[in-house]
Design a protein. Structure first.
Length: 68
């Protein structure tokens, strides 16, 4: 296999790895926010989780649009 092809395959694998990591991170944030909500967390804490959830969703959308 050529070095260029190996490099290309590595970038694709890195893209999928980043997608997997972001999806896992997003799921964790959503679950933790729900747990904190049921435990009576204040608005500021829940807003913090919401803002991070939106940031991760935006990054996922960027990767999908870029074809990662």
């Amino acid at each position: 296999m050529s070095a260029a092809r190996e490099s290309s395959n590595g970038r694709v694998a890195d893209g999928f790895r980043e997608l997997d990591d972001l999806v896992l991170h997003l799921k964790g944030l959503v679950l933790v926010r729900k747990v904190q909500e049921t435990r009576g967390a204040d608005h500021d804490e829940l807003h913090m989780y919401g803002a991070e959830i939106e940031r991760v969703r935006d990054r996922l959308a960027e990767l999908v649009r870029a074809g990662a």
